[in-house]
Design a protein around this ligand. Structure first.
Ligand SMILES: Nc1nc2c(c(=O)[nH]1)N[C@H]1C(S)=C(S)[C@@H](COP(=O)(O)OP(=O)(O)OC[C@H]3O[C@@H](n4cnc5c(=O)[nH]c(N)nc54)[C@H](O)[C@@H]3O)O[C@H]1N2
Ligand SMILES: Nc1nc2c(c(=O)[nH]1)N[C@H]1C(S)=C(S)[C@@H](COP(=O)(O)OP(=O)(O)OC[C@H]3O[C@@H](n4cnc5c(=O)[nH]c(N)nc54)[C@H](O)[C@@H]3O)O[C@H]1N2
Ligand code: SF4
Ligand SMILES: [Mo]
Length: 716
């Protein structure tokens, strides 16, 4: 385990937090070649020296007994693993991939990656899969996370890319926090919002929209506890009020947008009374929210999974953009729609084309010109990149289940715990002919289904670059040796590419070479960072794209000239209607279950589950349930209950509370089946997804709750 936290630190090295998309700069304290302490980097412009508990306890998660340290293989999923050399592991995997591709074509293999890979790792995987293996089946867990935001930006504004910056927090006077528990999930951003509020408490207003009274909602001036999945009705109604009250910016609308008339006609139907009926909140609160937003000089909308993880996730994003476009609150200091990215490098992934429909530089496989540009750059024949988008995360596992995809390679993500409807994912993984899992730990939920296990170096053991929510690119050095034979992900993929016969095109000996190559592909695109290099990032520190030249200082804000990356430079109003979640409550399953996070755990807990200090703040999953519902089903606080959906069952202790609205219950998803079969929230969730972004509805499914254990009455 890690050494004594104090003392024996030889030096401090600048690094970057491998957890959330806030993207805090860290200082890693090194002693005897290991990271023994972590603190905030005061020079990092995104975090200004701040950090949260998850980062503080990183040292405890690094050299644990369950680190995966050697490649291992087995013939069948029920057999024992045998330790093998890297050469044997990669050669035999390449042989099997070639056999499958020869027999069934390249679309019979697939890769599933993560927003926690470095930009270089994403890039080399993408180049290998889309350019050389010849399938677009490379998708990532961003599909469960930011896919709806990425699609929303593209449709409304013309391109992906959050337009605002953290610096805007310091000058905004309205914060509209919708579907984000910022206090728990983006704590350093939340502290900055709090500081702004405290600096001018009477003027700066915070609105929170969440079915739960989270710590975020608790701090807000106005909390709208809407029924899950009704955000569009609320947003449309706010626009209705803004139009009625003359709080829209007619000049901005006329000069920089299109199709306002369509939206005006649509939101007619969303009077506060009509929306109040749908959202199940009082109509005056909707009016109040609209007036605060409309009268503010500068308003920022921040959102994350309460918006994106929905069968109407893209439309919810469009409705947010509609509000900002109608009021001209975009491209100005303190203004803008500003999605809070989940993972530390989900942004980098989008930039280098880390989803099944994308190519580097926000290009798309369905665009012939884009394919041609990338093919030329990769020196492959035009037409080599398939114009058909590959399979997105859940579609990919469905195809595995149908036997169409025979081999799946999973890296830096743990779908057996994190994907909806665990039964469906497990069935698919059991049916696959070949499952390769590249992770830092074993066992995890997913490594249990592997035929081949590849040990990955993790944070601090490899170098690379990541982009945070505000488009800021930070260089992250290697500061310690990886345990055993673990290798950086980019290296594993490069070696595999060579085994597949692509030696000449994968000559990389360092991640710096990969970075130098990929920045060229961003040239002239909306996410141009051809001005960045390792040398510059090390010397000058983090940079915000667009940064199109070595002398360009980087860009704080997008669309400052109000010119949008659409054919005519105008942003699009997108009329969107309220639609109920895919699965609505009924007599048999009368409650809506929503799932999410707690402050001190990270996803499937392969790391935070190892730090006692974090674990003790929340050891077990739980179900938050409203007092009225608890009474109705005779459940008392601290009772154990079964939570049952059409997909499966979980068993948890109940927290009876008035912090969640009646009719809705909440369970964190951090515990996968490996912690106990019935601890997993994803036993219950549904794989229904947004038709455009293909993002699953992890925030709403129907359940019933039944008490399973009685405690002596005198305790109560
Ligand atoms: N501590 C911690 N921080 C993290 C992570 C972590 O695992 N742990 N993960 C990171 C990642 S990858 C992500 S994506 C982000 C996620 O960050 P958040 O999106 O903030 O986190 P969640 O808890 O998933 O969901 C946020 C809120 O959405 C609410 N919600 C549910 N349904 C609806 C709805 O229909 N409408 C609205 N308006 N709200 C709704 C939930 O009650 C919940 O409070 O966090 C990042 N930061
Ligand atoms: N019910 C429900 N489910 C959800 C969500 C929800 O809100 N509700 N949220 C969804 C969202 S937004 C997200 S982002 C996903 C996250 O879900 P996952 O990506 O599955 O979760 P992690 O635990 O972060 O998985 C990362 C894996 O990579 C490994 N790892 C760490 N560092 C490295 C490295 O450097 N290299 C390699 N190769 N491996 C490494 C870790 O050990 C771990 O196994 O969960 C989704 N699932
Ligand atoms: S706020 Fe996010 S990026 Fe910052 S230290 Fe915490 S987990 Fe890391
Ligand atoms: Mo995420």
């Amino acid at each position: 385990m890690n050494r004594e936290a104090n003392g024996n630190i030889d030096r401090w090295v600048k690094s970057y937090c491998p957890y959330c998309g806030v993207g805090c700069g860290l200082l890693a304290g090194l002693g005897d070649g290991a990271v023994v302490k972590v603190k905030g980097d005061p020079d990092h412009p995104s975090s200004l020296g701040d950090l949260c508990a998850k980062a503080v306890y990183l040292p405890e998660t690094l050299k644990t007994a369950d680190r995966l340290v050697h490649p291992q293989m087995r013939r069948c999923q029920d057999g024992p693993f045998t330790r093998v050399s890297w050469e044997v592991a990669l050669k035999s995997t390449a042989k099997k991939f070639c056999e499958i591709i020869d027999e069934h074509g390249p679309n019979a293999v697939a890769f599933y990656g993560s927003g926690q890979l470095t930009t270089e790792e994403y890039y080399v995987a993408n180049k290998l899969v889309k350019g050389f293996i010849g399938t677009n089946n490379f998708d990532t867990n961003s599909r469960l996370c930011m896919a709806s935001a990425a699609a929303g930006y593209k449709i409304s504004l013309g391109s992906d890319g959050p337009p605002a910056s953290y610096a805007d927090i310091d000058v905004a006077d309205c914060f509209f926090l919708i579907g984000t528990n910022t206090a728990d999930c983006h704590p350093v951003t939340f502290k900055r919002i709090k500081r702004r509020k405290m600096s001018d408490p009477d003027r700066v207003m915070i609105i929170a929209v969440d079915p739960r009274r989270t710590e975020t909602a608790d701090f807000a001036d106005l909390h709208l506890s809407i029924r899950p999945g009704t955000d569009i009705a609320l947003l449309n109604s706010m626009l209705h009020v803004l139009i009625r009250e003359g709080l829209v910016d007619q000049d901005f609308i006329a000069e920089h947008t299109r199709d306002f008339e369509k939206i005006r006609a649509l939101v007619e139907h969303y009077s506060p009374e009509a929306a109040a009926n749908i959202c199940d909140i009082p109509a005056p609160l909707i009016v109040e929210a609209a007036l605060i937003f409309g009268r503010a000089q500068a308003a920022l909308t921040l959102w994350s999974m309460g918006v994106n993880q929905s069968t109407v996730g893209v439309h919810k994003n469009n409705a947010i953009h509609n509000l900002h476009l109608a009021t001209g609150k975009i491209g100005k200091p303190g203004c803008g729609p500003f999605s809070l990215t989940g993972q530390p490098n989900a942004m980098g992934g989008r930039e280098v084309g880390g989803m099944a429909h994308l190519l580097p530089g926000y290009r798309e496989v369905a665009n012939a010109l884009h394919c041609e540009e990338v093919a030329r750059f990769w020196r492959i024949p035009p037409g080599r990149i398939s114009p058909a988008p590959g399979l997105s995360a859940l579609d990919l596992f469905e195809a595995v289940g149908r036997g169409e995809v025979k081999a799946v390679w999973i890296l830096a993500t743990n779908p057996a715990a994190s994907a909806p409807d665990t039964d469906f994912i497990e069935r698919a993984l059991r049916l696959a002919e070949l499952v390769v899992v590249q992770d830092a730990y074993h066992p995890t939920g997913t490594t249990q289904f592997a035929h081949v296990l590849l040990p990955a170096a993790q944070w601090s053991e490899k170098e690379g670059v990541m982009t945070n929510s505000e488009r800021r690119i930070t260089y992250m050095p290697k500061v310690a040796e990886a345990p055993g034979e673990a290798l950086p992900d980019w290296k594993i993929l490069t070696l595999f590419a060579r085994e597949m016969g692509f030696q000449e095109d994968f000559p990389y000996e360092s991640s710096e070479e990969l970075f130098a190559e990929l920045v060229q592909l961003t040239q002239g695109t909306p996410c141009d960072y051809s001005g960045a290099s390792y040398e510059r990032l090390k010397k000058e520190g983090p940079l915000q794209w667009p940064c199109p030249g070595p002398d360009h200082p980087g860009s704080v804000r997008l669309y400052g000239e109000f010119s949008f990356p659409t054919p005519d430079g105008r942003a699009n109003f997108i009329p969107v209607e309220h639609q109920e979640p895919f699965e609505v409550p009924d007599r048999d399953y009368p409650l809506v279950l929503t799932t999410g996070r707690v402050k001190n755990h990270w996803h499937t807990m392969t790391r935070t589950g190892k730090a006692e200090s974090l674990l003790k703040s929340c050891r077990e999953p739980f179900l938050e349930m409203n007092l009225a519902d608890a009474k109705r089903w005779a459940i008392r606080d601290a009772d154990f209950a079964e939570v049952i959906s059409r997909r499966g069952k979980a068993m948890v202790q109940v927290r009876v509370t008035e912090e969640i609205r009646p009719g809705t219950c909440f369970m964190p998803f951090h515990w996968g089946r490996q912690f106990g079969f019935y601890k997993a929230a994803n036993n219950l969730t549904i794989s229904a997804r947004d038709p455009v972004s293909r993002q699953p509805e992890l925030k709403a499914c129907a359940v019933r709750v039944k008490r399973i254990m009685d405690f002596p009455l005198e305790d109560n």
